[in-house]
Design a protein around this ligand. Sequence first.
Ligand SMILES: [Zn+2]
Length: 434
Amino acid sequence: MAAVRCSRAHAHNRTPAQIVLPMTITEEFVAALPKTDLHVHIDGSLRLGSLIEMAKERSVELPSYTEEGLMDLVFKERYNSLPDYLHGFAYTCAVLQDEEALERSAYELAWDNIREGVRYIEPRFAPQLHINDKFDMARVMLSVHRGLKRAKDEFNRSDAVRDGSEPPFEYGIIVCAMRMFNEKFSRYFSNLIDVHPYSPAKSIYSMASMELAQAAVAVRREYGIPVVGFDLAGREDGYPAEDHVPAYQYVHKHFLKKTVHAGEAYGPESIFQAITDLHADRIGHGFNLFSPWTLEDPSVRDKQSYIRELSEYIADRRITIEVCITSNLQTNPNLKTLDHHTFGEMLKHRLSATLCTDNRLVSRTTMTREIMLAVKHFHLTPSDLKHIIVYGFKRSFFPGSYLEKRAYVRRIIDYYEEVERKFDVSTPPATDEG
Ligand SMILES: [Zn+2]
């Protein structure tokens, strides 16, 4: 049995001669583990080859029609800013304007996850970016659901799942409202702006998110689409959560779960608003939670205690942070190395945090890669890793009943421990308790 029980604390307390080398968490081991991805955008996760093919079929103009060319010009290793990062979405959204393109992208996303051992995903997207004169809300939602379901059914019919040797693949869909938009975002948004010439922008944002909230609840009921969560995405600075209170109240009253992109490119007050105005169950990114210097709200006198109280509340309520480390590294020019990413602080404060990709294409990443980066930069032990991964399953917005969720999490833990035995890794047993 490999010496894997040593924690970081133990290792630090030993003299050099006594140090037991921590078990190497290998890429093969991580790839074999069952994993989640609770924060992954469909329109940011296309296969590059598919994007080129679909753009050609639809005569959508791209700056290059080769994979190398697009990686050079659009989907880069590092970006100058969040707007630079978001630039690529103009191309992916331009091709995702019909049933076939959306279904194909959802299907391929599910299979890309299944192939690297991800067993539960919550793909998210903003349906209103895909609606046009020929493509309405219900068909947009049905297309994504069909793609995901087809992949799920194919995998779950495999011998390994049917004979019980591997856990099944499951998913729930999250819809994103936009904090802000303009007429260039989509045909839907430009029509909405056109027909409300006397309404201030804020009330149009509010109107759009409320419409999406009602649509999400309706398509879940009418078509049985597993819409499990509601999200708010887009530029934080100047576009506060309060505009979206009616939409979040509506989904709350219909028992949809709530997540909010917050503290990604703005200070902790954005996380505060996500929790106090929108009652978020989870926070997307939360990157600036421990950065008092990013606080701009002049009414906050004692920044340190503001941060302490906010992070204590998040920890105690088990509000889960969807951490996307590569994405944060790419969009924050000030973050030079992942060693300084706030995930380290989150672990130290025992926050509930789960690792996610954000965008597999735009961030050029996979779940296995994100986990390996976290292992390397935050010196995760096998126990830390197990806790983080199992917590992802527990804090998911699983579409089935609570008892079904418990049984699924139990099945995942059993399989996780089987993989550990296969790789000679030993950690304390996990329970399916919350
Ligand atoms: Zn995101």
